[in-house]
Write a new protein. Structure first.
Length: 210
């Protein structure tokens, strides 16, 4: 594992940006935004890339808001955001976009679309993440997540993990995706619509189908 680190100034504040490299390919890098105090707070977010939301600002999922809120919280309290360059829950961009296409054409949710494509719905592996956290001196973490698999994935590598919820209130657009996360991926979500932070969007009162 190769490693480089540099100070970073961002809209959120000052941090150290780490790059841990596990191979020659771009997606084999793991990025960490580490904010002073993380060894005390032990606050950690493990986020996998969602280029559609984070770069193009698609509103069909909550990934951008989760990243935004995580960065705010680690800058407030000290902590680390670990960023995996693995879109589509590690299945890759082509699979993700094929899944979105099936969603649009046939109404399949992400879980069923991945199955239709012959792909594991959540093939993420946390070996590298665990190695990176250990390297940063984090053996016990408070993990910002709603995903029990992520908690289990890190525990399997010997980390001690407490879960800290990170729920973004659903919008009309994101609700179907979030409902799938809850029903089929077992995410611990309340799905209570809150005041939307986006201008011009009313808070919906959608029905959640179980
Ligand atoms: Zn997303």
């Amino acid at each position: 594992m190769e490693h480089a680190v540099a100070p970073m100034r961002s809209a959120y504040g000052d941090s150290q940006l780490h790059c841990f490299s596990f191979g020659a390919h771009e997606e084999e890098n793991v990025l960490c935004v580490a904010v002073d105090g993380y060894l005390t707070s032990r606050l950690v977010r493990v986020q996998s890339a969602c280029y559609t939301a984070e770069i193009f600002r698609s509103v069909d999922c909550d990934c951008h808001e989760q990243l935004d809120q995580s960065l705010q919280r680690v800058h407030d309290q000290g902590g680390v955001v670990v960023y995996m360059l693995a879109d589509g829950r590690g299945a890759g961009l082509l699979t993700k976009i094929r899944g979105l296409s099936l969603n649009a054409s046939r109404g399949l949710d992400t879980f069923d679309a991945y199955r239709e494509l012959g792909v594991e719905p959540d093939p993420r592996d946390y070996t590298r993440i665990a190695a990176v956290l250990e390297r940063l001196g984090l053996h016990e973490v408070k993990l910002l997540t709603n995903n029990p698999r992520k908690v289990e994935g890190l525990r399997r590598h010997g980390l001690v993990v407490d879960r800290v919820p990170l729920e973004i209130p659903p919008t009309t657009e994101s609700l179907p995706y979030l409902a799938t996360k809850r029903q089929k991926f077992g995410h611990l979500l309340e799905l209570v619509p809150g005041a939307s932070e986006r201008e011009g969007v009313d808070s919906p009162s959608p029905e959640v189908r179980d």
